[in-house]
Design a protein around this ligand. Sequence first.
Ligand code: XBP
Ligand code: MG
Length: 251
Amino acid sequence: MAELKCILWDVDGTLADTERDGHRVAFNMAFEAAGLERRWDVATYGALLKVTGGKERIRFDIDRGGMAEMNAETIAELHAKKTEFYQSLIAAGGIPLRSGVRRLLEEAYAAGITLGVATTTTPAALDALIEHSLGNEWFDRFAVLAAGDIVPAKKPAPDIYDYAMQKLAVAPENTLALEDSGNGWKSSQAAKLRTVVTVNDYTRDQDFSGADLVVSELGDPGIAAIEVLSNRHGLRDLQCVTLTHLRALMA
Ligand code: XBP
Ligand code: MG
């Protein structure tokens, strides 16, 4: 049985449900501010989530005819504006952490597990979420914040997880990933990580076959039990996901 030494957290969809009411809204605000007519409705944005990275998502929409041609510099400017709008939305406190996230983070931190972030999102967007939704102490409690363009190939490539593990000098067999999406799972799987998936409305029907545990939420004690979608290690007492469960699935 390998010891659980490190937990790497995905951000969007995992720490908080940021996509539909955060990133999507911020993209639309940036489009409007730039005088563009394009708006991404909830369903359109769901389909666009197969492309990871905001700049890459805009490029993809242009290439399929959803938006007029723009060069890379204009896309970068539009995306920088989007990030500013996203930061204001997060600062306004509109996006809470998902259930069980704070509990499990606190539990793991108290137990001396190394904690890190491995995300596709832009560092400034991650910083806003930490400051306003988690609390500034988490800038120090996370041993690595691996985000955005720090690696050239975003998820589903394993690079961001590989980068985080290299920084922390931890091995994949001692590391567990927390993810919410098919692309995230492909990335953590390619990095050879045990993975717990908490699905959301956008990702519930995606392919998580082979993931170690797939649940509706991490959950908190004393509220309704979580829904367990797949439990390949046969973990018991899954009213909510605890550190004991995470340690058990490293076996
Ligand atoms: C999800 C993503 C991100 C966000 C938008 O990242 O693909 O691109 O949708 O963020 P993860 P940016 O689940 O890995 O956190 O616009 O800053 O790229
Ligand atoms: Mg995600």
